[in-house]
Structure formats: structure tokens, C-alpha cells
Design a protein around this ligand. Structure first.
Ligand code: 4AD
Ligand code: MG
Length: 465
């Protein structure tokens, strides 16, 4: 069957009336009166349903009307007319109906409105059919497209970095192993260690935690690059902010110092938030009404106010003199816990905050060391309700200093020899950062659990669907 289909979004944005169109989508509700039926159809192009009036006189009415239950899939041809009812500008008078797939009213799980997000997570294969997940997935798509648009407009190259890798970018060891060795009978060498020479790649391999090191090699040739791909962390953090599989955007720029890096990150976040506010208002209005009355205000705040920039040492001073009793004690040298980040962002400054110059002992080996010998040119961007949304740094471009740090941290010089080569030949000052895509989406959608901003979340104990 070939029909020229019109998407429902187009009907509303162009306020089409007095035209005949075909729509195809899924029935959300059906109400019947004595002489006709009211149908609400959604096709995912917009949060709005098209209201359709089907007269009893239509051919085959008695046959198809009983199949048009909530969740069933239909194609309907009809005439668009100005709507009498309030709430929508246009409605359709049906002329012809085709049923593609029925949905049994007894068993279809999305019969009624108002399911909990926990329940919807258990039926993740069907939750795209709800208003909430339609809105979230449309925003996810818009942000992904906006990310490419932003960097492409500024002449950044999109670089594909490997997902299977032998290096550990963050040096934190939170990696998923990848192997073809038989788990029942793992081969051992003479000294009783696993014999990786028999493995697929001939050495230990895992899923990447970050594309940064590969990204740096390209920035030191092509100037400005970005990656945007899946990353994996085997950290056993069962929180509303952590996924085992998440998407990360990692720009890397030659000749940027830390200030230029922060300026880019701020401008980038604002660009994306502006897209959400200006081009996806319907979805944001729905999410604001349904989940988070402060959502749009918060997005506008970020758009209109520069982020506070403080050093780690200043942050510690503020926390110590706050006289608040934190669960984790505050002292110079300890990492900021989420309660500390929340205090700074939500109470003390009531604004996004960029914390810079962390102690080198709590940051990765590749960050540029400051003259004080204690801190590095790191920057974390902390957002209200989210905590760390971006982590980045100016990179250590000095060969000797980088090598010494690798040795000091007990990392293998040999494993990083290719990375060290970039400092041996034509090294340049450079910087970059990583934006957690799902953390961005938490902020933009106002959802409170990271499992609800990715279609099929992977978390400890859960890889369903
Ligand atoms: O701070 P992270 O670990 O930094 C890096 O991976 C650097 N290589 C980035 C760079 O400089 N190119 O991670 C970056 C961001 C965090 O700020 C956070 O938003 C997100 O990635 N992130 C996670 N998101 C969801 N689930 C997790 N388990 C995450 N771990 C980090
Ligand atoms: Mg970090």
C-alpha cells in the first residue's frame, strides 16, 4: 500500500485545513457517542495528538471501530477542518480507515494514563508510546543533532575513536573486559597468570571508558576535533546519575588553555539549552507541567547567567567555613562528594559552578601540572540537581613532565608510548573536556533518574532488552 503520509507535526505547524491527508499512527484514546467516534492518534512527530471524528455511516465502521483500541496502529484518510473543541486548532473528519495492528485491551500494559516511571522502566520496549518518553526521546534526538551542528559550524572534525581498546584513558581501572578466551578453562602461562597471548587481540582488552587519548592524537594534527560515542564504566555505582553504558561528547582543541576550554564548554551548553527552549517548547512545557515546575526557569537561568568559576582550594574554604555538617568530612586533598557539590551549586552560589585546579592526586595522569607542584589544570562543571555534567582539563603537553607523572602513578610507560609520541613530536598546548550526554539530558528534561533519559539503560544487574 502506498500512501503519501502527512506527519501530525506538520498538520499543526502549518495549520493545514480544508485539505485531505493520510495520517498513520497509534490510537491513544477512543470515545464513542451515538452517531460517531472520537479518536486521538499520535505518530511520535509531536507530543500533540490529532483528534479524528469517525462517523458511523463510514463504510465498514462496525468492523474496524472495535479494533481501534488504545495502542492499536492505524492509517486514516480524511479531511482537516478547523476544530470546534478547545485545545487544538485542527481536527480530522475520517473518510477511510485501515488497521495495521490491533492491541488487545485486556493485556496492553499502557491502557490507562499515569503509570509510574519505575513501571515504565520494566516495559522499556513500550515506553516510547507514552507522552513522557516521546518528549524525552525527541529532546535526546534534538540534543544529538545540535551537538553536531555546534561543532560543525565551528570547523571541528567529528572523529570516530575505538570502542574496543587496550588503553585505560582515565587510569581508574573501571573497565569491562573483552575476551574470546573460554571462561570455563582460562589458559594460564608458566607463572600462573592468564595467557592473553591466546586471546583474540593477544593482550588484555576492554570497552573504552573515553575516547580522549585517541582524540588528542587527532587534535595535534587537525586542530579541533570532537568525538560522540558510547563509553562504558564498570563502576558499581547504583545511583540516579550513573550508567554502565553512556554516551559522551569529547572535544579536543589544539592551542586552547584552560580558560578557552571553559569558555567553549559554557557556550556549548548554552547553545544546546537554547535549542531545547526555542525549538522544543511543546515537549518542555509538558515535562515542566508533569514533573518539574521549575524546569524552564532553570534552563533560562543557565542561558542568561555566566557560570561561577572558583578553584578547588576556594571551594574547600567555602565548604569549611559553611559550618555545615557533611556526611563526608571536607579537607584539602579529598575529592568533592556529591553533597559538597550540591551545597556549592544549589545553596551557596545558586548557580552552575566551574571548579578548577584540583589536587593532582585525585585527577587523571594527563592533566597539566601547575607551578605549585600540587594541583592540575582541571575543570569540572557542576550543575544544579546533576552534580558534575562536564569534566575536562588542559593537557600536559611537556614530554618530560608527562613521562614523570606516568611513572610516578605506576602506569606502564610502554602502554602509553604512542600517546607520549604526540609530545615527542610537535607537541602543542591543548585542552578538552567530556560532556556526559545523559547528564545533559537529565538537566534538559528535568527527569530525575538517568535510567529515564536513555532508551535502554544498562546499570549494575540490568542489561534487559
Ligand atoms: O569526568 P570523566 O570521567 O572524564 C573523562 O572521561 C575525560 N576523558 C573527559 C575529557 O576530558 N575528554 O567523564 C566525563 C563526563 C562526566 O562529567 C559525566 O558527565 C559523564 O562523563 N559520566 C557519566 N555519565 C553517566 N554515567 C557514568 N557512569 C558517568 N561517568 C562519567
Ligand atoms: Mg570527572
Amino acid at each position: 500500500m502506498t500512501v503519501k503520509r502527512t506527519k501530525i507535526k506538520q498538520i499543526f505547524t502549518e495549520a493545514l485545513v480544508d485539505t485531505e491527508v493520510w495520517v498513520q499512527g497509534w490510537i491513544r484514546t477512543r470515545r464513542e457517542s451515538k452517531t460517531f467516534a472520537f479518536l486521538e492518534v499520535n505518530d511520535g512527530s509531536t507530543i500533540k495528538n490529532l483528534q479524528i471524528i469517525a462517523d458511523q455511516q463510514l463504510p465498514g465502521y462496525a468492523d474496524w471501530i472495535k479494533e481501534l483500541t488504545t495502542g492499536s496502529c492505524v492509517g486514516i484518510k480524511g479531511k482537516l477542518v478547523p476544530s470546534q473543541g478547545k485545545g487544538q486548532s485542527v481536527e480530522m473528519q475520517a473518510q477511510q480507515v485501515e488497521v495495521y495492528g490491533t492491541a488487545d485491551a485486556e493485556t496492553y500494559p499502557l491502557q490507562k494514563k499515569g503509570h509510574t516511571l519505575e513501571f515504565l522502566r520494566e516495559i522499556a520496549h513500550l515506553r516510547a508510546r507514552t507522552n513522557t518518553f516521546g518528549a524525552v526521546y525527541r529532546l535526546r534526538n534534538a540534543m544529538a543533532f545540535g551537538i553536531h551542528q555546534y561543532f560543525q559550524d565551528q570547523g571541528f572534525l567529528y572523529l570516530h575513536t575505538p570502542i574496543l581498546t587496550g588503553s585505560d584513558t582515565e587510569g581508574a581501572g573501571e573497565m569491562f573486559a573483552v575476551t574470546t578466551l573460554p571462561l570455563q578453562q582460562i589458559p594460564k602461562n608458566d607463572t600462573g597468570e592468564i595467557d592473553f597471548t591466546q586471546d583474540f587481540f593477544g593482550k588484555p582488552t576492554h570497552l573504552t571508558v573515553s575516547g580522549q587519548l585517541n582524540g588528542e592524537t587527532a587534535a595535534l594534527a587537525l586542530s579541533d576535533i570532537y568525538t560522540f560515542g558510547p563509553t562504558f564504566r564498570a563502576e558499581n555505582s547504583n545511583t540516579t546519575r550513573h550508567l554502565a553504558e553512556f554516551w559522551m561528547i569529547e572535544p579536543e582543541m589544539a592551542f586552547y588553555d584552560l580558560t578557552a576550554n571553559m569558555d567553549l564548554a559554557e557556550d556549548f551548553l548554552r547553545y544546546l539549552i537554547r535549542i531545547a527552549l526555542t525549538q522544543h517548547r511543546d515537549d518542555l512545557d509538558f515535562l515542566t507541567k508533569q514533573y518539574d515546575p521549575d524546569l524552564i526557569n532553570r534552563l533560562e537561568f543557565v542561558l542568561n547567567n555566566p557560570f561561577i568559576r572558583i578553584t578547588y582550594t576556594e571551594a574547600i574554604d567555602i565548604l569549611v567555613s559553611s559550618a555545615k555538617s557533611f556526611e563526608y568530612p571536607v579537607s584539602w586533598g579529598a575529592d568533592l562528594q556529591s553533597e559538597h557539590e550540591r551545597f556549592l551549586v544549589e545553596e551557596h552560589f545558586a548557580s552552575p559552578v566551574i571548579v578548577t585546579d584540583y589536587p593532582k592526586t585525585i585527577k587523571a595522569f594527563y592533566m597539566r601540572q601547575n607551578e605549585d607542584g600540587k594541583t592540575v589544570r582541571a575543570m569540572d562543571i557542576l550543575f544544579p540537581g546533576i552534580g558534575e555534567i562536564i569534566g575536562g582539563s588542559q593537557r600536559e603537553e611537556r614530554y618530560e613532565v608527562l613521562l614523570a607523572r606516568i611513572q610516578e602513578m605506576g602506569l606502564s610507560e610502554q602502554d602509553y608510548s604512542w600517546y607520549l609520541d604526540t609530545r615527542r613530536y610537535g607537541s602543542a598546548p591543548h585542552s578538552g573536556f567530556g560532556l556526559g550526554f545523559e547528564r545533559l539530558l537529565l538537566f534538559v528534561t528535568g527527569m530525575s533518574n538517568i535510567r529515564d533519559v536513555i532508551p535502554f539503560p544498562r546499570t549494575p544487574g540490568n542489561a534487559d532488552f
